[in-house]
Design a binder for this molecule. Structure first.
Ligand SMILES: Cc1ncc(COP(=O)(O)O)c(C=O)c1O
Length: 485
């Protein structure tokens, strides 16, 4: 395939827009609730408001708050609205970032630098977290040179605080937990970890990236929610993503700190640059005005009443989803009863979860596959309420079909995901994923079909030859391990 080049003559705007409309044909249908993550849709009127707010400020740059006082004001108000929602004290402060990942990167970098300033120096600072912490934490460790120590979780998937305590030492610069964690929607014992943080004098970050803009309203609706925010004294920082349940435009999250003595370590200053004194609050330099403006507009437009109503519908949809899953005898719900994040797995090996996921995709649903244990994940929003019945009916059919055709577990994506989850040689899995990335982003990126896990040379070859047999061997090993427990 020829490499793309900039056209020698600029093209007509209408022709460009029409090509782009065509490109969307194969994309996931998020508007009608067919995706269970990636897009948070609060209806057409809100969608149009976001577009208009984003448009109004799309050219502005929050890199220089002196030039764009409008953006500075909107960012400060978004941070304060978020801080109030999370019951942060009056001294709380923070910044907007481009998303959950940047918020976590900043929390880790800031606490590393805070610890370094307060000495004693260490060459290998560490963060202690439960195993269910989002990989953005590992990314932070990788980028900024910290060791991320992951403690096992309990059978209910909640952080095991005694296991976390054992990993803490003098080089621990941050404790980390989630409210809730992404895979199963479980809220970690924030209160208990907060007490450990206080007694050891270690900062504590609560990752509420996915839950920040939903848990406060779940609580207001009267569901029993354990303490998860700044009301817990040991909590020193929290992240909450506007571009998730805040129904904002992508590229918007908030990080809030208990006070400026934490936030100041997030800043980057360079005073000797010939281009002028440079001061930046977060990872990026140039910061688009669009996401800031749209986030501000979103919070103003939805309001507390709107958030409560969206949350009521999302909780109802999640309840119906759980009820539907439980009505399928082969499946189990993994996670707590009252949560907008719902995961299901199989009761036993008679049904292969990944083969069911393949069938669901054939029926037009996008399926978010998880591992350890094999489950399918749903981030439920108000937009899903009208489609739950249809989904459950398709899920029931998919389960029946896979049960009747167990060989599907050894084919296509199911075989690949199964193998990736089970293979004990994790280095081989890494290499396989790296090959996929090389193909997806390499010089032949245009030839890569993202709907197939193709071109993953080592894994492909192994799968072709011995995949089905290996899958059975791994299944036996797992069954044996379960029996020995
Ligand atoms: C708990 C949690 N933390 C962090 C992130 C990362 O957020 P983002 O994808 O916006 O970078 C996510 C994303 O789903 C999440 O669920």
């Amino acid at each position: 395939m020829a490499r793309a080049t900039i056209p020698s003559n600029g093209e007509a705007h209408e022709a460009i827009l029409s090509t782009m409309r065509g490109m969307r044909d194969g994309d996931a249908d998020w508007k009608h609730g067919r995706t269970w993550s990636l897009v948070y849709y609060a209806g057409e009127a809100h969608h149009e408001l976001l577009q208009r707010a984003h448009d109004m400020f799309f050219a502005e740059n929050a890199l220089n708050p002196m030039a764009f006082k409008s953006l500075k004001r909107m960012e400060a108000e978004v941070v304060q609205m978020t801080a109030s929602m999370l019951h942060a004290p009056d001294d709380a402060c923070g910044t907007m970032t481009t998303g959950g990942t940047e918020s976590l990167l900043m929390a880790v970098k800031a606490m590393r630098d805070r610890a370094a300033e307060r000495g004693p120096k260490t060459s290998k600072p560490n963060v202690v977290a439960p195993k269910t912490a989002h990989p953005a934490l590992d990314k932070a460790g990788h980028y900024f040179g910290l060791e991320i120590r992951k403690a096992p979780v309990g059978p209910d998937m909640r952080a095991n605080v005694s296991a976390m305590k054992k990993l803490i030492d003098k080089n621990t610069v941050l404790l980390f937990a989630s409210a809730p964690q992404y895979p199963h929607g479980v809220i970690d014992p924030i209160d208990e970890i907060g007490r450990v943080a206080l007694s050891r004098g270690i900062p504590f970050h609560v990752d509420s990236c996915i839950g920040g803009f939903v848990l406060p309203w779940v609580e207001r609706l009267g569901y029993p929610i354990p303490a998860f925010d700044f009301r817990v004294p040991g909590v020193t920082s929290m992240s909450a993503d506007l571009h998730k349940y805040g129904f904002a435009v992508k590229g918007a999250s908030v990080i809030v700190y208990r006070d400026i003595s934490y936030l100041e370590h997030q800043f980057f200053l360079e005073t000797e640059f010939p281009g002028g004194i440079y001061a930046s609050p977060s990872m990026t330099g140039t910061r688009g005005g669009g996401p800031i403006a749209a986030a501000w507009a979103s919070l103003k437009a939805v309001g507390e009443d709107g958030f409560i109503e969206h949350t009521r519908k999302a909780m109802e949809a999640a309840r119906l989803l759980q009820e539907g899953i439980r009505s399928i005898p082969e499946l189990v719900v993994v996670g707590p009863p009252d949560a907008t994040l719902v995961a299901w797995g199989a009761k036993d090996r008679a049904v292969d979860v990944y083969a069911v996921a393949d069938r669901l995709e054939d029926a037009g649903w996008s399926a978010d596959r998880q591992q350890h244990p094999a489950t399918v994940h749903h981030t439920v929003t108000s937009n899903h309420l009208p489609v739950i019945d249809e989904y459950i009916s398709d899920l029931r059919d998919a389960v029946a079909f896979v049960k009747a055709h167990p060989e599907l577990a050894d084919r296509g994506n199911a075989a690949m995901y199964g193998m990736m989850a089970k293979v004990p040689f994790r280095g081989m899995v890494r290499q396989g994923v790296m090959n996929v990335m090389r193909n997806m982003y390499g010089a032949n990126a245009l030839e890569f079909d993202p709907s197939k896990l193709q071109g993953n040379t080592v894994m492909d070859k192994v799968m072709e030859k011995v995949g089905p047999t290996l899958n059975k061997v791994f299944d036996r090993v797992e069954a044996l391990k379960e029996r020995l427990k």
